[in-house]
Design a protein. Structure first.
Lengths: 464, 334
C-alpha cells in the first residue's frame, strides 16, 4: 500500500497522523476539566442544582474523552524513540527531563485523582471531591505547560551547547524551559483549548434548544459557553497576533510561508487574503491583497520592509501551500468565533439570548470549529518548522530511526485502521451522550457505571 | 561525596518499571481472565475492581518511557527501534483495552465487541511486554550510537517463552487480585484458577532462570561468582518462601495473602533480572554510565523526582484506600 514511500516520509506521516488524533482529545479535555471544576465549585457555593446536573452531564463525556486522550498519549511517549531515535539520542538530555516532569507533575496527578472525581463523591465527601476535581484540572494545565515547553524549545532552541557526541547538552534550564516562543505558544494553546470546549458546549446546548428541549440546565449551559466565548475569542486573537510577532522574530521563513510572501517587499508588504500558491513559479496566483497591511500588522508601520522567501535558501524553506491554507483556516475560524461571541452579546443585551434560532444554528455549525482551528494551527506551526526538527540545527531527515520502510509502513497502516475504528466508535458514543437532553429527558435509560452514582449524589444532597 | 547519578537513576527507573509491572500486571491480568466469566454482570464486577485505578497504573509505563528518554536517552533510542514491532503492537493493544473501560458501558449491542477488545488488548499487551523483555535479555546489536540489527531480531524461541511466562504471571496476579476484591462464586472461581496459574508461573520462572545464564557467559559469571552467587542462593529461597505462602493462602481461603505472595514472586523475578543485567542497561553493549545523559540533566530531573515520586505514591495509595474493600455485583462504585 505504501510502495514508493521512503522510511522518512512514512515516519513523518505516522507521527503527523498519531499526534493529530491525539491533540484533539487534550484540546477538549483541558477545557472540559476546568469547566467541570468551575461547575462543581458553583454547585457547592450556590447549591443550585442546575450546576450539579451540568457537572454530571459533562463528567460522562469527559470520562470517554479522557480515556481516548490517555491511550493515544501513551503512543506518543514511545514514538519519539521508535521512529525518531537519532532525534531522541541528541535531544534527550534537554527534552527528556521536561517530558519526565510532565509525567510526574501532570499525568500522575490527573490519573490519581480522576477515579475519585468520577466515582468518589460519596466516598470522600464534597470537599475532597472538589479537591480531586481541581487536581485533575490543574493536571491538564501542567501537562500543557511542559509539553509546550518541549515543543517551543524545538521551535526556538535556547540554553544549550552541542557536545562532542552530537548531543544537545543543557546549560541553563531557565532558558531552556522559558525559551523565546514558550509563553506565547502556551497562552495560545490554553486559550484554544478553552475556546474549543466552549464551542462544543455551546453547540450541544444550541442543538437541544433548537429541538425544543428548553430548560434551566440547557439555558445555563448555553449562557456559560457564550460568556466564555465572548471573553476568550478576543483574547485569543490578541494572543495569536503576539505569537505571530514572536515567530517573525525567530522563524521569519515560517511567517513568509504563512503570508504567501515569496518575494521581499522593501517598502511595505501587502496582506494576501486569498490566492492559489504556485510553488513551481514561486508566486501566489489570483492573489486578493490589501496593500501595505501585512507590514502594518507585523511591523506596525505601512512602509516597513518585509523579507520574503527569496531570502531563504530553497532547502531551508517550509512547504508554502500547506502553511498558506492552514493559517487562513485558523484565522478565518478565529474571526468567525469572535463573530458568534459578539452576536450572543448583542442578543443577551436585548434579553433574547435563548430565542434566536439563527444564533443557535450558528452555534451548532461552529460546534466542531475549535478542533479544526486547533489542528490548522498545529499544522501551521509544525509544518512551518520544516525541514528541521530542532529549528535551524537538526534536520528532520537526520532525525530518523534505522527502521526499514516496510516496518514503518505496516505500523502506519495498523495505526490508521485502529485509530479510525477505536476513536470513531468513541466519537459515536460521545455524540450519543450529547444527544441526550441535559434537562432530564432520556437520561434514565443510561446504564453506565456513573448513572447510579449520579442519582445517589443528587439524592444525598440536603434540600433535595 | 560524589553521587553516582547514573546509578541512582538506574535504581529509580528500575523502581518505575517494577511498579508498572506489578500494578498494570494485575489489571492486565484481569483482562486476560475476562473470558473465564461468561456472565456480563460478573465481567462488570471484574472490570470495576480496577476501573478507578487503571489509568494511574498505566502512567508508570509512561514514566518508564519518558524517564528513559530523560536520563538514558541513548538506551531509549537504541531499545525502541530494536523492539519496534513488539512496542507498536503493545501500544495498539493498550489502546483497545484502555477505551474498553468506558466504551463497554456505552453500548449494549457492541458490549461483546469491547469485552473482546479488553481481553485481546490485555493479552497482546502482556505478551508483547514479555517478548520485549526476552529480546532485551538476549541482547541488542549496537554500532556507534544506533541500533544495528534487523526488524525481526526480537523474535526468538526465548522471547516467545518469556512472552508466555509474563502472561502466566499477569494472569496469576489478576486471579489473586480478584480473589482479594470480589466475593461469592466469582471469588471461588478465581481461587481455583490461581493454583494452576501459580504452578505455571513458577515453572516458567524456573525455565527462564535456568536458560538465562547460558544466553551469555557474562550472565553466567554474574550468577555463579561472588558476590552474585550469594543471590543465587538467596533469591531462589525467597521464591520458594513466596510460593509456599501463596499455596497456604489459597488453601486457607485468605483474601489478601495470595495476592501479596504473587506480588513477591514478581518482585523477586525482577531482582533476578536486575542481577543478570547490572551494570548494563542494553545488554551486551551499553552500561548505565555509557547511556546516561549528562549530569546537568540527571540532577535537574532528580531534584523534582525526589519530591514528586513520594507525593505520587502517597496519593496513589490514597486512591486505593478510597476504593478499598470488596466490589459486589450491581454495586461497583454506584
Amino acid at each position: 500500500m505504501f510502495d514508493g514511500f521512503t522510511a522518512e516520509t512514512l515516519a513523518r506521516i505516522q507521527f503527523a497522523f498519531t499526534i493529530s488524533f491525539h491533540i484533539i482529545f487534550p484540546a477538549f479535555s483541558i477545557g472540559l476539566a476546568s469547566f467541570l471544576a468551575l461547575l462543581n465549585a458553583m454547585w457547592l457555593k450556590t447549591r443550585d442544582h442546575t450546576y450539579l446536573a451540568l457537572f454530571d452531564y459533562w463528567k460522562r463525556i469527559f470520562a470517554v474523552v479522557f480515556g481516548m486522550g490517555v491511550v493515544s498519549g501513551i503512543v506518543m511517549s514511545y514514538q519519539f524513540g521508535t521512529n525518531w531515535a537519532v532525534f531522541s539520542d541528541k535531544t534527550g538530555p534537554i527534552l527528556g527531563p521536561m517530558m519526565a516532569y510532565e509525567v510526574m507533575s501532570a499525568f500522575f496527578l490527573e490519573a490519581g485523582f480522576l477515579g475519585i472525581m468520577l466515582f468518589g463523591r460519596e466516598r470522600v465527601g464534597n470537599g475532597l471531591h472538589m479537591f480531586a476535581t481541581l487536581m485533575v484540572a490543574i493536571g491538564t494545565l501542567m501537562s500543557a505547560t511542559w509539553i509546550l515547553a518541549v515543543n517551543s524549545w524545538m521551535q526556538t532552541p535556547a540554553g544549550f551547547v552541542i557536545g562532542d557526541n552530537g548531543q544537545f547538552l543543557p546549560q541553563d534550564w531557565w532558558q531552556i524551559v522559558f525559551n523565546p516562543s514558550f509563553p506565547y505558544r502556551l497562552t495560545h494553546m490554553v486559550l484554544a483549548a478553552y475556546l474549543t470546549t466552549s464551542f462544543v458546549v455551546a453547540g450541544v446546548a444550541a442543538w437541544h434548544l433548537l429541538r425544543g428541549r428548553d430548560g434551566p440546565v440547557t439555558r445555563r449551559m448555553f449562557s456559560m459557553a457564550m460568556w466564555m466565548i465572548v471573553i476568550t475569542a478576543p483574547l485569543q486573537i490578541f494572543a495569536g497576533d503576539s505569537h505571530g510577532l514572536n515567530t517573525l522574530e525567530y522563524q521569519p521563513a515560517k511567517i513568509s510561508a504563512m503570508e504567501g510572501h515569496y518575494q521581499s517587499h522593501p517598502d511595505g508588504a501587502p496582506l494576501i487574503l486569498f490566492g492559489i500558491p504556485n510553488p513551481a513559479e514561486k508566486r501566489i496566483d489570483y492573489a486578493v491583497e490589501i496593500p501595505k497591511l501585512s507590514s502594518l500588522i507585523l511591523k506596525h508601520s505601512l512602509n516597513a520592509p518585509l523579507d520574503g522567501l527569496d531570502k531563504v535558501p530553497d532547502d531551508e524553506e517550509p512547504p508554502v501551500t500547506v502553511l498558506f491554507w492552514s493559517f487562513r483556516i485558523m484565522v478565518g475560524l478565529g474571526f468567525a468565533m469572535l463573530g458568534v461571541g459578539l452576536w450572543s452579546l448583542w442578543r443577551r443585551w436585548q434579553g433574547n439570548l435563548y430565542g434566536d434560532h439563527w444564533l443557535q444554528r450558528a452555534a451548532v455549525m461552529m460546534g466542531p470549529a475549535g478542533f479544526v482551528a486547533v489542528l490548522a494551527g498545529w499544522i501551521t506551526t509544525e509544518v512551518g518548522r520544516q525541514p528541521y526538527t530542532v529549528y535551524g540545527l537538526l534536520r528532520t531527515s537526520e532525525s530518523l530511526s534505522p527502521i526499514a520502510a516496510p516496518a514503518v509502513g505496516a505500523s502506519l497502516l495498523a495505526f490508521i485502521i485502529v485509530y479510525f475504528f477505536v476513536f470513531g466508535a468513541g466519537t459515536f458514543y460521545i455524540l450519543r451522550l450529547m444527544a441526550k437532553g441535559a434537562d432530564g429527558d432520556g437520561n434514565t435509560h443510561d446504564k453506565g457505571p456513573l448513572r447510579v452514582a449520579v442519582m445517589e449524589s443528587v439524592k444525598a444532597q440536603p434540600g433535595e | 561525596m560524589e553521587f553516582d547519578l547514573a546509578f541512582i537513576w538506574a535504581g529509580i527507573i528500575a523502581f518505575a518499571v517494577l511498579t508498572y509491572v506489578i500494578l498494570d500486571g494485575f489489571d492486565l491480568g484481569v483482562g486476560i481472565l475476562f473470558p473465564m466469566s461468561r456472565d456480563s454482570g460478573e465481567r462488570g464486577v471484574m472490570m470495576n475492581t480496577i476501573a478507578p485505578v487503571w489509568d494511574g497504573n498505566e502512567t508508570w509505563l509512561v514514566l518508564g518511557g519518558g524517564g528513559l528518554f530523560a536520563v538514558f536517552p541513548l538506551a531509549y533510542s537504541v531499545i525502541m527501534p530494536a523492539l519496534y514491532m513488539p512496542i507498536i503492537l503493545m501500544l495498539l493493544a493498550l489502546v483497545f483495552r484502555g477505551v474498553a473501560f468506558e466504551y463497554r458501558w456505552r453500548t449494549e449491542r457492541w458490549r461483546k465487541v469491547w469485552d473482546c477488545a479488553f481481553f485481546g488488548g490485555s493479552l497482546v499487551a502482556g505478551f508483547m511486554q514479555g517478548v520485549a523483555l526476552g529480546a532485551l535479555v538476549q541482547g541488542i546489536k549496537v554500532v556507534g550510537r544506533a541500533y544495528a540489527g534487523g526488524w525481526w531480531d526480537w523474535l526468538s524461541p526465548f522471547s516467545v517463552l518469556t512472552g508466555i511466562a509474563v502472561l502466566a504471571g499477569y494472569a496469576l496476579l489478576g486471579a489473586t487480585w480478584l480473589n482479594y476484591k470480589t466475593t461469592g462464586e466469582l471469588q471461588r472461581k478465581m481461587r481455583r484458577l490461581a493454583r494452576p496459574l501459580a504452578a505455571a508461573t513458577l515453572g516458567f520462572i524456573g525455565i527462564v532462570s535456568a536458560l538465562t545464564p547460558f544466553l551469555d557467559p557474562v550472565y553466567f559469571q554474574r550468577w555463579f561468582n561472588l558476590p552474585g552467587s550469594l543471590f543465587s542462593v538467596v533469591v531462589p529461597s525467597l521464591v520458594a518462601l513466596a510460593a509456599w505462602q501463596l499455596w497456604k493462602g489459597l488453601k486457607h481461603g485468605d483474601d489478601l495473602r495470595p495476592f501479596l505472595a504473587a506480588l513477591s514472586l514478581f518482585i523477586l523475578g525482577f531482582i533476578g533480572i536486575g542481577i543478570s543485567f547490572y551494570p548494563h542497561i542494553v545488554p551486551p553493549s551499553l552500561t548505565i554510565w555509557q547511556a546516561a545523559a549528562p549530569d546537568s540533566s540527571l540532577s535537574f530531573t532528580l531534584v523534582g523526582t525526589v519530591v514528586l515520586i513520594p507525593m505520587i505514591l502517597a496519593y496513589t495509595a490514597y486512591a486505593y484506600w478510597v476504593f478499598r474493600g470488596k466490589v459486589r455485583a450491581g454495586e461497583g462504585y454506584h
